[in-house]
Design a protein around this ligand. Structure first.
Ligand SMILES: Cc1cc2nc3c(=O)[nH]c(=O)nc-3n(C[C@H](O)[C@H](O)[C@H](O)COP(=O)(O)O)c2cc1C
Length: 354
C-alpha cells in the first residue's frame, strides 16, 4: 500500500475543495526550490526515450499531463513537473478575476472513483497568470486553457477569449479554447457552428506568432457534431482537439455514491469509456493531434486513449484517488505495454486501434 493510500482516508475527511487547496499548498512548497524539486524528481519522475513526443514545436518528455482545472492560476507548475508529469494545462483562465459558484462546489464520489464539480471558472484572471508564466516556466511544456467570464453573452465571450489569448501570448506552448464547460451559465450555445467559426476566426486574426490553438470538447458530442466541429477547426487552422471535458448528462452512468445527485460535471473512472469513444471519433475524422482526457487513471486506460488516437493524455480525478505516484506509475506501465505490443515509442502506438 502506498503512503498516499494510507493517508487518503484522513485527506478525505476534509471537504474536497479544502483537500485540493491543501495538496496545492504542499506542491507549492515542494516545488519552490531546486533542491526540493530534485528530491521529488528522484522519487516520482520516470524517464524513458519511448515516452518522448514532439508536438506543437516542442518536446513532451512523456504523454501524461495535468488536465485543466487543477492548476487554474499557474501556481504549482514546478511541483507538478517534479512529480513526473509530462506537461501541465493551466486554467481555465478568464480575462479578469472571478470567484466562481457558491461552495460547496466539488464533491467526491469515492465508490465510483469520480468527482462532480461545479466550480464555475473561479480564478485569479489573465494578468495574474501571465505574470506567473513570465516569472518562470517549469521544465515541461505548459498549455493555457482560455475561457470567458460567467456573465458574458456571445459577443462578450468572443472578446473574452481574444483578451485572454492576447494577454497570455507568448508564454504557453499551446492554447486551448474551452467551449465545453458544463457548469458556467448557459447564456448561448457555445458549441454552435456559427459561434465556433467566430471564435476561431477572431483568435487566428490575433495569432501573428502562429501559436498552437486547440479546442476542448465535451463527452456528449454526437458523431455528426464532432464531424462538423473538426471541419470548422481545420478550415481555421486549429491545431488540435482536447477530448473531453466533464459530463453534465448522467444518462447511462451507473453511479453508486450519494453525491451522484449533485449538479455539475462528472469526471473520473465512469467517464473513461465515453471520452475514449469521443477520442476515437475525432481521430477517425482528422489527422489533427488529439489530447485524450477523461478517466485516465492507469497505464491501461492511458494506453486505450493513445491507441484510440490520442497523442497525449491528461488527468485530474486520478490525481485525487491515486496520489502523487500517478504519473510515474502510468508512464512505467506504458513502457511495458508498448514493449509487449512491439511498439518502439508512444508515437508509434497513436491510433493503433483506428
Ligand atoms: C474540480 C475540477 C475543475 C475543473 N476545471 C476545469 C477548467 O477550469 N477548465 C477545463 O477545461 N476543464 C476543467 N475540468 C475538467 C478536466 O480538465 C477534465 O477534462 C475532466 O475532469 C476529465 O478528466 P478526469 O476524469 O481525469 O478528471 C475540471 C475538472 C475538475 C474535476
Amino acid at each position: 500500500m502506498t503512503l498516499y493510500a494510507r493517508l487518503r482516508p484522513y485527506a478525505f475527511r476534509l471537504p474536497a475543495e479544502m483537500a485540493h487547496e491543501a495538496s496545492k499548498g504542499l506542491l507549492r512548497v515542494a516545488g519552490a526550490t531546486r533542491p526540493s524539486r530534485a528530491a521529488l524528481e528522484r522519487v516520482y519522475r520516470y524517464d524513458h526515450p519511448a515516452l518522448e513526443i514532439d508536438l506543437f514545436d516542442t518536446t513532451f518528455p512523456n504523454p501524461v499531463g495535468v488536465a485543466a482545472g487543477f492548476d487554474k492560476d499557474a501556481e504549482v507548475m514546478g511541483g507538478l513537473a517534479a512529480l513526473g508529469f509530462g506537461f501541465v494545462e493551466v486554467g481555465t483562465v478568464t480575462p479578469g478575476p472571478q470567484s466562481g459558484n457558491r461552495k460547496p462546489r466539488l464533491f467526491r464520489l469515492a465508490e465510483d472513483r469520480a468527482l462532480v464539480n461545479r466550480m464555475g471558472f473561479n480564478g485569479a484572471g489573465a494578468d495574474a497568470v501571465a505574470e506567473r508564466l513570465a516569472a518562470g516556466r517549469p521544465e515541461i511544456p505548459v498549455g493555457a486553457n482560455v475561457g470567458r467570464m460567467n456573465a458574458a453573452g456571445e459577443e462578450e465571450a468572443i472578446e473574452d477569449y481574444r483578451r485572454v489569448f492576447a494577454r497570455l501570448s507568448p508564454y504557453p506552448d499551446y492554447f486551448v479554447v474551452n467551449v465545453s464547460c458544463p457548469n458556467t451559465p448557459e447564456t448561448f450555445d457555445e458549441s454552435s457552428p456559427e459561434h465556433l467559426e467566430r471564435v476561431f476566426g477572431t483568435l487566428q486574426a490575433e495569432n501573428d506568432a502562429d501559436e498552437p490553438i486547440l479546442v476542448k470538447i465535451g463527452p456528449d458530442a454526437t458523431a455528426e457534431g464532432i464531424g462538423e466541429l473538426v471541419e470548422i477547426a481545420e478550415s481555421h487552422g486549429i491545431d488540435g482537439i482536447v477530448a473531453t471535458n466533464t459530463a453534465s448528462d448522467r444518462e447511462g452512468f451507473d453511479l453508486e455514491s450519494t453525491n451522484r445527485k449533485e449538479w455539475g460535471g462528472l469526471s473520473g473512472a465512469p467517464l473513461e469509456e465515453r471520452s475514449t469513444r469521443v477520442v476515437r471519433t475525432v481521430a477517425s475524422h482528422t489527422d489533427l493531434p488529439v489530447i485524450g482526457v477523461g478517466g485516465v487513471d492507469s497505464a491501461e486506460s492511458a494506453y486505450r486513449k493513445i491507441r484510440a488516437g490520442a497523442s497525449l493524455v491528461e488527468l485530474y480525478t486520478a490525481f485525487v484517488y491515486e496520489g502523487p505516484t500517478v504519473a510515474r506509475e502510468i508512464n512505467r506501465g506504458l513502457v511495458s505495454l508498448l514493449h509487449r505490443d512491439g511498439f518502439s515509442s508512444v508515437e508509434e502506438a497513436v491510433g493503433a486501434d483506428l
